[in-house]
Design a protein around this ligand. Structure first.
Ligand SMILES: [Cu+2]
Length: 154
């Protein structure tokens, strides 16, 4: 979409399972200061199948661990709640965005800067894995991208 690169979704799967038709687009990470301990990753995950699928795991190199999170606001406080999985509805999509669902990259082993691409591997509940090349953007560029990323809801 626009200047954002479409992502290559590489599927690796056992021959005995049917592949879910899941693709990922607009995957991005806001650049964090070098001292940051964690970074959020955002993307839109689309599912063309007639059945819902779940993302049960995400992993990325150069981070101690990766969690699925939801940001919520409770009594005026921002909190992040770890999620056991993210559900992508049948013939629908789930948008991971600031203030909502996101992938939390925790324990930065090697700082990244704008222009870097971080490969994030998503594992679905059928065992299928999807590799998502996620680009790091500067925060001010991110602000320009935000309105564009919002408009899409079906
Ligand atoms: Cu988080």
């Amino acid at each position: 979409m626009n200047s954002l690169k479409h992502l290559l979704a590489l599927s690796l799967a056992l021959p005995t399972i049917s592949l879910a038709d899941v693709s990922v687009k607009e995957a991005w990470i806001p650049e964090a200061p070098p001292t940051a301990q964690a970074m959020g990753a955002f993307m839109t995950i689309e599912n063309s199948d007639a059945q819902a699928v779940k993302v049960i795991k995400a992993s990325a190199p150069n981070f101690d661990r990766v969690e699925l999170h939801e940001s919520i606001e409770e009594n005026g406080m921002h909190k992040m709640i770890a999620q056991p999985f993210l559900t992508i509805p049948a013939k629908g999509s789930l948008e991971l965005k600031p203030g909502g669902y996101h992938i939390m990259l925790i324990g930065v082993q090697q700082p990244s800067k704008a222009g870097d691409v971080i490969p994030i591997e998503l594992t679905l509940d059928n065992g299928q894995k999807i590799m998502v090349n996620t680009s790091v953007y500067k925060r001010k560029d991110m602000m320009h991208k935000m309105p564009m990323m919002k408009g899409k809801s079906e």
